[in-house]
Write a protein of this length. Structure first.
Length: 395
């Protein structure tokens, strides 16, 4: 049975059908290829993606040291794990409606997504591992599995460079919430050289990535100003934020930011987990308002993690071709899973030394209804901390 399991990324998972993109026509799947132009555009875009894919494979075949699209390396080792819990992220839900692709590409999404299992974050127990890989059967681990492989499953096959030993002081439910958001924050701060005493502004400080960003910025001894809804002000303060601004109580957020600036100086880094291409998020135009404000509110990098589609195209150009066309002082940061074991060990250390704490907003059962409810809650954009799918319920 285990040999069969090894041939797949995950088994015993729950497969969800694609769902219509919120706020868009629900008949999209039936009616998109009705015009010739759409049909040709769909074909052209599809062909470009396929050509880039084949080109990457050809290059990797010629030069094996070139990492694949997700940074795969030739000698990667895999372990087979029994999953105990899966952590829910917005990307899991967005996966079901092709969040980043143009409307007319949705048939491609449907074709690609149907019959696949969702989920990236997991925690569980190794049941089979190749000798000398650093893990043995019985080890408790946490980490991610490559996108589109599906961690909301009974068993997963995980690359050893995507996982680490689970923090000893945490339950499986707590541990599974950390990898994706923790890696995003650690890598974004490392790439932008966050150092002691710098001034960081975290937008969306009560959400899944934001609440980890506040804690890790404090671990890095930065001064943290945080923006959240007023009902979460106390929660964010307790995470260690030095100043908490409430967007729903403030008459003028920019004025409040300038007051902080006049005392503590401009921000060295802004970590924005709110802005996205969704109008409900982009209406606030935090980036434009902060960048255009005089005197200067920010001297360093404005990091977006959920930008508009053009930002994602630039992020792909940067990742796959090394071409950085982002305007100076702004970037869309995109988490990297391959070779993340060292960063997961760092996150484990933060947890075991009680510097990084986890807040679980909801625990949901491993059923189709449970996963759909988890996605519904996640997409309200009002989750405080993280949502967990319990595959092996904890006693
Ligand atoms: N690029 C990457 O590698 C990467 C990695 C992780 C996540 N992401 C993306 O980043 C985004 C955030 O992810 P997440 O897991 O942190 O989401 P989340 O848990 O849903 O958090 C969203 C937070 O945004 C806050 N918010 C909503 N409207 C706001 C407003 N008008 N002003 C200020 N805050 C507002 C909410 O705070 P209140 O409830 O307090 O209002 C909520 O806590 C998602 O789009 C996700 O897909 C990208």
């Amino acid at each position: 049975m285990q040999a069969a399991l090894y041939s797949k990324h995950s088994t015993g998972g729950i497969r969800l059908a694609t769902v219509p993109r919120p706020t868009l026509s629900s008949t999209i799947y039936e009616s998109t290829s009705t015009t010739i132009i759409r049909f040709f555009l769909f074909k052209i875009i599809n062909s470009v993606f396929v050509c880039i894919g084949y080109l990457m494979y050809l290059l990797r075949w010629l030069i094996p040291t070139i990492p694949g699209p997700y940074g795969e390396v030739a000698d990667r080792q895999w372990v087979l794990c029994r999953v105990h819990c899966g952590g829910v992220n917005p990307v899991d839900a967005k996966f079901l409606y092709g969040d980043k692709l143009p409307h007319f590409c949705l048939p491609l999404v449907k074709w690609f997504v149907e019959d696949r299992i969702c989920g990236i974050d997991f925690s569980g127990v190794v049941i089979e591992a190749p000798p000398g890989c650093g893990y043995t059967a019985g080890d408790a681990v946490f980490g991610t599995i490559p996108p589109f492989c599906g961690s909301f499953a009974e068993y997963v096959r995980a690359p050893t460079d995507f996982i680490s030993h689970k923090p000893k002081n945490m339950s499986f439910a707590e541990a599974c919430t950390i990898p994706l958001v923790g890696l995003t924050v650690v890598q974004a701060f490392e790439d932008n050289n966050l150092t002691d005493g710098q001034h960081v502004l975290v937008l969306g400080a009560s959400g899944g990535t934001g609440y980890v960003a506040v804690q890790i910025a404090k671990i890095k001894k930065a001064r943290v100003s945080a923006l959240a809804g007023s009902r979460n002000a106390e929660f964010v303060k307790n995470l260690g934020a030095d100043d908490v601004l409430c967007y729903d109580h403030s008459v003028d957020i920019l004025k409040d930011l300038h007051s902080i600036r006049s005392i503590h100086g401009p921000f060295d880094l802004v970590f924005d987990s709110v802005s996205s291409h969704d109008p409900q998020d982009s209406n606030f135009a935090y980036e434009t308002r902060i960048h255009n404000s005089k005197p200067k509110l920010i001297t360093g990098m404005y990091i977006l993690i959920g930008g508009v589609v053009t930002d994602w195209i630039l992020a792909h150009m940067k990742r796959f071709f090394g071409i950085d066309w982002f305007a100076k002082g702004r970037q869309l940061f995109w988490v990297r899973f391959p070779n993340s074991a060292k960063r997961l060990e760092l996150l484990r250390y933060f947890c075991e030394t009680n510097q990084l704490k986890v807040t679980i907003a909801n625990r949901l059962p491993f059923t189709e209804e449970g996963i759909r409810e988890a996605f519904r809650l996640q997409m309200t954009r009002r989750t405080v901390g993280k949502i967990v799918i319990e595959i092996v319920p904890e006693k």
